[in-house]
Design a protein around this ligand. Sequence first.
Ligand SMILES: CC(C)(COP(=O)(O)OP(=O)(O)OC[C@H]1O[C@@H](n2cnc3c(N)ncnc32)[C@H](O)[C@@H]1OP(=O)(O)O)[C@@H](O)C(=O)NCCC(=O)NCCS
Length: 157
Amino acid sequence: MFREPTENDGSKMYTLVKKTKVLDLNSPYSYLMWAKYFNKTSIIAEIDDELVGFISGFIQPHSPHTLFVWQVAVDKSQRGKGLATNLLVNLLKQLEDKNIHYLEATVTPSNLPSRNLFTGLANKLETNCKVKECFSAEQFPDSTHEPEFTYRIGPLK
Ligand SMILES: CC(C)(COP(=O)(O)OP(=O)(O)OC[C@H]1O[C@@H](n2cnc3c(N)ncnc32)[C@H](O)[C@@H]1OP(=O)(O)O)[C@@H](O)C(=O)NCCC(=O)NCCS
């Protein structure tokens, strides 16, 4: 059910993000690229060969023990069942040999499910979740964009 993505999953990842109507939709190319070159730090969930959720992530270039979670998306039909939490837990398992000490993600203030996802993960892993502003609203070209707050979870070991 959980596995690393391949380049053949990129277009399905794009379509799932488009369907959420909440996440920033990046170019189709970026999802193909992520699935092909950032597969080790990303994960997908499938049910009956259908992609129902994914996380795209990377290890921060200047902080090799910090996993940055870029996007998390779960198909509407599967929400509220713990799937996003399981994706995060399984991604950390996938990276067991990389000594990941912290997981970071940015969240907009209005995204309650996402805030609960990351604070809930910290509770389940019995660790801290520190929140601070990452990007202010003014830093975005589009003046309607909310600020993004970093949720830093850890230490994980
Ligand atoms: C955010 C999202 C990935 C959560 O996926 P999910 O599989 O439903 O999440 P889970 O079932 O693992 O729930 C995680 C936590 O969030 C809470 N939660 C889930 N949906 C919620 C909702 N609609 N409102 C409030 N809390 C919610 C759960 O109760 C759980 O909390 P707990 O750990 O304290 O019990 C999903 O709603 C989604 O894809 N949303 C659109 C895209 C998005 O906003 N992505 C996140 C930005 S990075």
